[in-house]
Design a binder for this molecule. Structure first.
Ligand SMILES: [Zn+2]
Ligand SMILES: [Zn+2]
Length: 383
Protein backbone atom coordinates (compact mmCIF):
# COMPACT_ATOMS: atom_id res chain seq x y z
CA UNK A 1 0.00 0.00 0.00
CA UNK A 2 2.83 2.36 0.86
CA UNK A 3 5.36 0.75 -1.44
CA UNK A 4 5.84 4.05 -3.28
CA UNK A 5 7.27 5.52 -0.09
CA UNK A 6 9.67 2.70 0.60
CA UNK A 7 13.28 3.36 -0.34
CA UNK A 8 14.72 1.53 -3.29
CA UNK A 9 17.18 -1.23 -2.48
CA UNK A 10 20.61 0.14 -1.54
CA UNK A 11 19.41 3.73 -1.36
CA UNK A 12 18.70 5.55 1.84
CA UNK A 13 15.41 7.41 2.38
CA UNK A 14 15.27 11.11 1.55
CA UNK A 15 16.96 13.54 3.95
CA UNK A 16 14.58 15.66 6.03
CA UNK A 17 16.35 18.98 5.54
CA UNK A 18 14.20 20.87 8.02
CA UNK A 19 15.30 18.55 10.85
CA UNK A 20 18.94 18.54 9.72
CA UNK A 21 18.98 22.34 9.66
CA UNK A 22 17.16 22.77 12.99
CA UNK A 23 19.50 20.34 14.80
CA UNK A 24 22.73 21.65 13.25
CA UNK A 25 21.98 25.39 13.34
CA UNK A 26 20.76 25.35 16.95
CA UNK A 27 23.82 23.26 17.91
CA UNK A 28 26.25 25.65 16.19
CA UNK A 29 24.63 28.78 17.63
CA UNK A 30 24.63 27.28 21.14
CA UNK A 31 28.18 25.95 21.11
CA UNK A 32 29.79 28.89 19.30
CA UNK A 33 27.49 31.74 20.39
CA UNK A 34 27.47 31.03 24.11
CA UNK A 35 31.29 30.83 24.62
CA UNK A 36 31.91 33.86 22.35
CA UNK A 37 29.26 35.89 24.16
CA UNK A 38 30.57 34.94 27.60
CA UNK A 39 34.10 35.92 26.49
CA UNK A 40 33.04 39.49 25.69
CA UNK A 41 30.19 39.94 28.16
CA UNK A 42 28.86 37.96 31.06
CA UNK A 43 25.66 36.05 31.62
CA UNK A 44 24.01 37.53 34.72
CA UNK A 45 22.74 35.31 37.55
CA UNK A 46 19.06 35.81 36.63
CA UNK A 47 19.64 34.54 33.06
CA UNK A 48 21.59 31.52 34.34
CA UNK A 49 18.86 30.63 36.87
CA UNK A 50 16.15 31.04 34.22
CA UNK A 51 18.20 28.82 31.87
CA UNK A 52 18.37 26.04 34.49
CA UNK A 53 14.62 26.28 35.20
CA UNK A 54 13.73 26.34 31.48
CA UNK A 55 15.96 23.31 30.78
CA UNK A 56 14.33 21.39 33.64
CA UNK A 57 10.88 22.43 32.45
CA UNK A 58 11.52 21.08 28.94
CA UNK A 59 13.09 17.86 30.23
CA UNK A 60 10.39 17.08 32.77
CA UNK A 61 7.58 17.91 30.32
CA UNK A 62 8.97 15.13 28.17
CA UNK A 63 9.70 12.59 30.93
CA UNK A 64 6.70 13.19 33.22
CA UNK A 65 4.33 14.34 30.48
CA UNK A 66 5.05 12.85 27.05
CA UNK A 67 6.59 9.68 28.46
CA UNK A 68 5.12 8.52 31.76
CA UNK A 69 1.72 10.23 31.46
CA UNK A 70 0.76 10.09 27.79
CA UNK A 71 2.80 7.22 26.33
CA UNK A 72 2.35 4.84 29.27
CA UNK A 73 -0.67 6.20 31.20
CA UNK A 74 1.20 5.40 34.42
CA UNK A 75 -0.85 8.03 36.33
CA UNK A 76 -3.60 10.57 35.80
CA UNK A 77 -3.50 14.31 36.25
CA UNK A 78 -5.69 17.35 35.73
CA UNK A 79 -5.99 19.69 32.73
CA UNK A 80 -3.73 22.40 34.20
CA UNK A 81 -0.77 20.02 34.57
CA UNK A 82 -1.45 18.52 31.14
CA UNK A 83 -1.48 22.00 29.62
CA UNK A 84 1.80 22.75 31.43
CA UNK A 85 3.36 19.62 29.86
CA UNK A 86 1.93 20.42 26.41
CA UNK A 87 3.56 23.86 26.43
CA UNK A 88 6.85 22.43 27.78
CA UNK A 89 6.87 19.72 25.10
CA UNK A 90 6.48 22.29 22.31
CA UNK A 91 9.19 24.38 23.98
CA UNK A 92 11.45 21.28 23.87
CA UNK A 93 10.70 20.83 20.10
CA UNK A 94 10.16 17.07 20.27
CA UNK A 95 7.14 16.87 17.99
CA UNK A 96 3.57 16.81 19.34
CA UNK A 97 2.70 14.66 22.35
CA UNK A 98 0.43 12.59 20.09
CA UNK A 99 3.18 11.84 17.60
CA UNK A 100 5.84 11.28 20.26
CA UNK A 101 3.66 8.85 22.19
CA UNK A 102 2.73 6.95 19.04
CA UNK A 103 6.42 6.48 18.20
CA UNK A 104 7.19 5.51 21.77
CA UNK A 105 4.47 2.87 22.01
CA UNK A 106 5.85 1.31 18.83
CA UNK A 107 9.33 1.41 20.37
CA UNK A 108 8.12 -0.64 23.36
CA UNK A 109 6.08 -3.05 21.27
CA UNK A 110 8.87 -3.76 18.77
CA UNK A 111 11.95 -2.87 20.81
CA UNK A 112 15.23 -3.68 18.97
CA UNK A 113 13.37 -4.79 15.84
CA UNK A 114 15.22 -2.91 13.12
CA UNK A 115 12.22 -2.99 10.79
CA UNK A 116 9.65 -1.68 13.25
CA UNK A 117 11.27 0.00 16.25
CA UNK A 118 11.49 3.67 15.12
CA UNK A 119 14.73 4.22 17.04
CA UNK A 120 16.10 0.70 17.29
CA UNK A 121 19.35 0.65 19.29
CA UNK A 122 20.45 -2.35 17.22
CA UNK A 123 21.06 0.12 14.38
CA UNK A 124 23.79 1.81 16.41
CA UNK A 125 24.36 4.88 18.56
CA UNK A 126 24.00 7.54 15.86
CA UNK A 127 20.78 6.12 14.43
CA UNK A 128 19.01 5.65 17.78
CA UNK A 129 20.24 9.01 19.10
CA UNK A 130 19.41 11.32 16.21
CA UNK A 131 19.85 9.60 12.82
CA UNK A 132 16.30 8.21 12.82
CA UNK A 133 14.94 11.78 12.62
CA UNK A 134 17.20 12.95 9.80
CA UNK A 135 15.77 10.85 6.95
CA UNK A 136 12.28 9.75 5.93
CA UNK A 137 12.55 6.38 7.70
CA UNK A 138 9.08 6.76 9.20
CA UNK A 139 7.26 8.26 6.21
CA UNK A 140 5.04 5.20 5.68
CA UNK A 141 3.29 5.73 9.01
CA UNK A 142 3.76 9.41 9.63
CA UNK A 143 0.05 10.09 10.07
CA UNK A 144 -0.95 6.73 11.50
CA UNK A 145 -2.23 7.36 15.00
CA UNK A 146 -4.13 4.09 15.53
CA UNK A 147 -2.12 3.19 18.61
CA UNK A 148 -2.93 6.46 20.43
CA UNK A 149 -6.71 6.50 20.11
CA UNK A 150 -7.00 7.09 23.87
CA UNK A 151 -4.88 10.23 23.56
CA UNK A 152 -7.08 11.52 20.75
CA UNK A 153 -9.81 11.88 23.36
CA UNK A 154 -7.64 14.29 25.37
CA UNK A 155 -8.54 17.81 24.12
CA UNK A 156 -5.21 19.22 25.33
CA UNK A 157 -3.23 16.63 23.35
CA UNK A 158 -5.27 17.38 20.22
CA UNK A 159 -5.05 21.14 20.71
CA UNK A 160 -1.26 20.91 21.00
CA UNK A 161 -1.05 18.59 17.97
CA UNK A 162 -3.12 20.99 15.85
CA UNK A 163 -1.21 24.12 16.87
CA UNK A 164 2.20 22.53 17.28
CA UNK A 165 4.19 24.83 14.97
CA UNK A 166 2.85 28.18 16.30
CA UNK A 167 3.40 26.85 19.85
CA UNK A 168 7.02 25.92 18.99
CA UNK A 169 7.73 29.39 17.61
CA UNK A 170 5.88 31.21 20.36
CA UNK A 171 7.64 29.38 23.20
CA UNK A 172 11.12 29.19 21.67
CA UNK A 173 11.30 32.83 20.67
CA UNK A 174 8.64 34.31 22.97
CA UNK A 175 9.94 33.01 26.32
CA UNK A 176 13.62 34.05 25.85
CA UNK A 177 12.70 37.43 24.27
CA UNK A 178 10.13 38.35 26.95
CA UNK A 179 12.55 37.28 29.69
CA UNK A 180 15.38 39.23 28.02
CA UNK A 181 13.26 42.37 27.74
CA UNK A 182 12.29 42.21 31.42
CA UNK A 183 15.86 41.43 32.48
CA UNK A 184 17.44 43.90 30.04
CA UNK A 185 19.52 41.38 28.06
CA UNK A 186 17.74 39.97 25.00
CA UNK A 187 20.78 38.55 23.17
CA UNK A 188 22.15 36.75 26.24
CA UNK A 189 18.71 35.35 27.00
CA UNK A 190 18.20 34.14 23.41
CA UNK A 191 21.58 32.39 23.41
CA UNK A 192 21.28 30.67 26.76
CA UNK A 193 17.54 30.19 27.38
CA UNK A 194 16.73 29.93 23.68
CA UNK A 195 19.47 27.95 21.98
CA UNK A 196 21.59 26.30 24.69
CA UNK A 197 18.50 25.14 26.60
CA UNK A 198 17.03 23.62 23.44
CA UNK A 199 20.19 21.78 22.40
CA UNK A 200 20.77 20.38 25.90
CA UNK A 201 17.19 19.21 26.33
CA UNK A 202 17.26 17.62 22.88
CA UNK A 203 20.39 15.55 23.42
CA UNK A 204 19.58 14.67 27.00
CA UNK A 205 16.27 13.10 25.93
CA UNK A 206 17.90 11.46 22.92
CA UNK A 207 20.28 9.69 25.32
CA UNK A 208 17.29 7.66 26.55
CA UNK A 209 17.01 6.06 23.12
CA UNK A 210 20.74 5.68 22.54
CA UNK A 211 22.85 5.41 25.72
CA UNK A 212 20.08 3.87 27.86
CA UNK A 213 19.98 0.97 25.39
CA UNK A 214 23.75 0.49 25.29
CA UNK A 215 25.50 1.21 28.53
CA UNK A 216 24.64 -0.29 31.90
CA UNK A 217 23.30 -3.35 33.67
CA UNK A 218 20.27 -5.59 33.19
CA UNK A 219 18.94 -6.53 36.62
CA UNK A 220 15.35 -7.24 35.52
CA UNK A 221 15.46 -8.65 32.01
CA UNK A 222 17.80 -9.36 29.13
CA UNK A 223 15.03 -9.84 26.59
CA UNK A 224 15.95 -6.47 25.04
CA UNK A 225 18.87 -4.01 24.99
CA UNK A 226 17.48 -1.63 27.67
CA UNK A 227 19.95 -0.90 30.48
CA UNK A 228 19.94 0.56 33.99
CA UNK A 229 22.58 3.21 34.40
CA UNK A 230 22.81 5.75 37.28
CA UNK A 231 24.92 8.16 35.20
CA UNK A 232 22.40 8.21 32.36
CA UNK A 233 19.69 8.66 35.02
CA UNK A 234 21.49 11.78 36.27
CA UNK A 235 21.35 13.27 32.78
CA UNK A 236 17.81 12.21 31.97
CA UNK A 237 15.70 13.08 35.02
CA UNK A 238 15.67 9.45 36.15
CA UNK A 239 14.97 7.76 32.82
CA UNK A 240 18.35 6.01 32.88
CA UNK A 241 16.78 3.14 34.83
CA UNK A 242 15.63 1.94 31.47
CA UNK A 243 15.99 -1.80 32.05
CA UNK A 244 13.37 -1.57 34.80
CA UNK A 245 11.25 0.64 32.57
CA UNK A 246 11.18 -1.79 29.64
CA UNK A 247 10.42 -4.68 32.00
CA UNK A 248 7.60 -2.79 33.75
CA UNK A 249 6.55 0.03 31.44
CA UNK A 250 3.30 0.93 33.26
CA UNK A 251 5.02 1.73 36.56
CA UNK A 252 5.19 5.49 37.21
CA UNK A 253 8.69 4.93 38.63
CA UNK A 254 11.81 4.16 36.65
CA UNK A 255 14.01 3.88 39.72
CA UNK A 256 12.51 1.87 42.56
CA UNK A 257 15.05 2.41 45.35
CA UNK A 258 14.69 5.61 47.37
CA UNK A 259 18.37 6.53 46.87
CA UNK A 260 18.30 6.20 43.10
CA UNK A 261 18.00 9.49 41.17
CA UNK A 262 14.55 9.73 39.62
CA UNK A 263 13.27 13.33 39.89
CA UNK A 264 10.44 12.52 37.45
CA UNK A 265 9.11 9.99 39.97
CA UNK A 266 9.54 12.48 42.83
CA UNK A 267 7.65 15.11 40.83
CA UNK A 268 4.74 12.73 40.09
CA UNK A 269 4.62 11.55 43.71
CA UNK A 270 4.66 15.17 44.95
CA UNK A 271 1.79 16.01 42.59
CA UNK A 272 -0.19 13.13 44.05
CA UNK A 273 0.53 14.24 47.63
CA UNK A 274 -1.02 17.66 46.95
CA UNK A 275 -3.96 16.13 45.09
CA UNK A 276 -2.84 16.99 41.55
CA UNK A 277 -2.19 13.42 40.38
CA UNK A 278 -3.95 10.12 41.04
CA UNK A 279 -3.95 6.39 40.23
CA UNK A 280 -0.17 6.14 40.25
CA UNK A 281 0.57 2.65 38.90
CA UNK A 282 3.07 0.48 40.71
CA UNK A 283 4.12 -3.05 39.82
CA UNK A 284 3.78 -5.36 42.88
CA UNK A 285 7.03 -5.83 44.78
CA UNK A 286 6.68 -9.61 44.48
CA UNK A 287 6.68 -9.50 40.68
CA UNK A 288 9.81 -7.33 40.67
CA UNK A 289 11.59 -9.63 43.16
CA UNK A 290 10.77 -12.65 40.97
CA UNK A 291 12.19 -10.96 37.87
CA UNK A 292 15.42 -10.09 39.68
CA UNK A 293 15.90 -13.66 40.94
CA UNK A 294 15.06 -15.14 37.54
CA UNK A 295 17.50 -12.80 35.83
CA UNK A 296 20.25 -13.66 38.36
CA UNK A 297 19.65 -17.36 37.78
CA UNK A 298 19.85 -17.09 34.01
CA UNK A 299 22.99 -14.93 34.18
CA UNK A 300 24.71 -17.39 36.53
CA UNK A 301 23.69 -20.35 34.36
CA UNK A 302 24.98 -18.58 31.26
CA UNK A 303 28.29 -17.78 32.94
CA UNK A 304 28.73 -21.34 34.24
CA UNK A 305 27.97 -22.83 30.83
CA UNK A 306 30.68 -20.68 29.30
CA UNK A 307 33.32 -21.80 31.82
CA UNK A 308 35.17 -25.10 31.59
CA UNK A 309 35.00 -26.20 35.19
CA UNK A 310 35.32 -29.87 36.19
CA UNK A 311 32.41 -29.61 38.67
CA UNK A 312 30.17 -27.53 36.37
CA UNK A 313 27.15 -29.87 36.57
CA UNK A 314 27.35 -30.00 40.33
CA UNK A 315 27.45 -26.20 40.55
CA UNK A 316 24.53 -25.82 38.16
CA UNK A 317 22.50 -28.24 40.21
CA UNK A 318 23.35 -26.38 43.40
CA UNK A 319 22.26 -23.06 41.92
CA UNK A 320 18.97 -24.51 40.69
CA UNK A 321 18.28 -26.07 44.10
CA UNK A 322 19.01 -22.81 45.90
CA UNK A 323 16.77 -20.96 43.40
CA UNK A 324 13.91 -23.37 44.10
CA UNK A 325 14.32 -22.84 47.83
CA UNK A 326 14.26 -19.10 47.32
CA UNK A 327 11.03 -19.45 45.30
CA UNK A 328 9.38 -21.43 48.10
CA UNK A 329 10.40 -18.85 50.68
CA UNK A 330 9.28 -16.05 48.41
CA UNK A 331 5.83 -17.61 47.93
CA UNK A 332 5.39 -18.07 51.67
CA UNK A 333 6.65 -14.59 52.50
CA UNK A 334 4.44 -12.69 50.04
CA UNK A 335 1.37 -14.78 50.94
CA UNK A 336 1.81 -13.96 54.60
CA UNK A 337 2.65 -10.34 53.85
CA UNK A 338 -0.67 -10.01 52.04
CA UNK A 339 -2.54 -11.56 54.97
CA UNK A 340 -0.74 -9.33 57.43
CA UNK A 341 -1.46 -6.16 55.41
CA UNK A 342 -5.15 -7.09 55.18
CA UNK A 343 -5.27 -7.78 58.90
CA UNK A 344 -3.74 -4.43 59.79
CA UNK A 345 -6.53 -2.77 57.78
CA UNK A 346 -9.32 -4.93 59.22
CA UNK A 347 -10.74 -3.69 62.53
CA UNK A 348 -12.78 -6.86 63.10
CA UNK A 349 -9.77 -9.10 63.61
CA UNK A 350 -8.92 -9.66 67.26
CA UNK A 351 -5.78 -7.96 68.43
CA UNK A 352 -4.38 -11.31 69.71
CA UNK A 353 -4.73 -12.77 66.25
CA UNK A 354 -3.13 -9.68 64.77
CA UNK A 355 -0.12 -9.81 67.06
CA UNK A 356 0.34 -13.51 66.30
CA UNK A 357 0.22 -12.82 62.59
CA UNK A 358 2.62 -9.92 63.02
CA UNK A 359 5.08 -12.13 64.89
CA UNK A 360 4.83 -14.82 62.22
CA UNK A 361 5.25 -12.23 59.49
CA UNK A 362 8.37 -10.72 61.01
CA UNK A 363 9.93 -14.12 61.60
CA UNK A 364 9.28 -15.15 58.04
CA UNK A 365 10.61 -11.84 56.79
CA UNK A 366 13.88 -12.45 58.63
CA UNK A 367 14.26 -15.94 57.21
CA UNK A 368 13.36 -14.69 53.71
CA UNK A 369 16.01 -11.97 53.95
CA UNK A 370 18.55 -14.60 55.09
CA UNK A 371 17.59 -16.85 52.17
CA UNK A 372 17.99 -13.92 49.76
CA UNK A 373 21.37 -13.17 51.30
CA UNK A 374 22.64 -16.71 50.80
CA UNK A 375 21.28 -16.69 47.23
CA UNK A 376 23.11 -13.43 46.51
CA UNK A 377 26.38 -14.78 47.90
CA UNK A 378 26.09 -17.93 45.81
CA UNK A 379 25.08 -16.14 42.64
CA UNK A 380 27.62 -13.36 43.20
CA UNK A 381 30.36 -15.78 42.23
CA UNK A 382 28.91 -16.36 38.77
CA UNK A 383 26.45 -13.62 37.79
ZN1 LIG B 1 13.70 2.27 25.28
ZN1 LIG C 1 8.71 4.14 27.74
Amino acid sequence: MHSDLKPAVNSKPKIIWLNVLVFSITFLIAFIGVPVYSYFYDFDAATIIAFVIATGYCGMSITAGYHRLWSHRSYETNAVIRFFYAIGGAFAIQNSALHWSSDHRIHHKHVDDNDHDPYSAKKGFWYSHIGWMLREYQAHRYHDYKNVKDLQRDPIVMWQHKHYLPLVLLTNFGIPIVFGLINGNVLGSLLLIGFMRLVISHHVTFFINSLAHMWGSQPYSDKNTAKDNPIVALLTYGEGYHNFHHAFQYDYRNAIKWWQFDPTKWWIKSLSLVGLARNLKKIPEEKIARSIAQQQLSKAQGKLHSLSLPNKDELLERIEKEYEELQVKMNEFYRLKKQWLEATKDNLIESVEKSQLSKQYHELKESFVAQQQSWRVLIGQYA
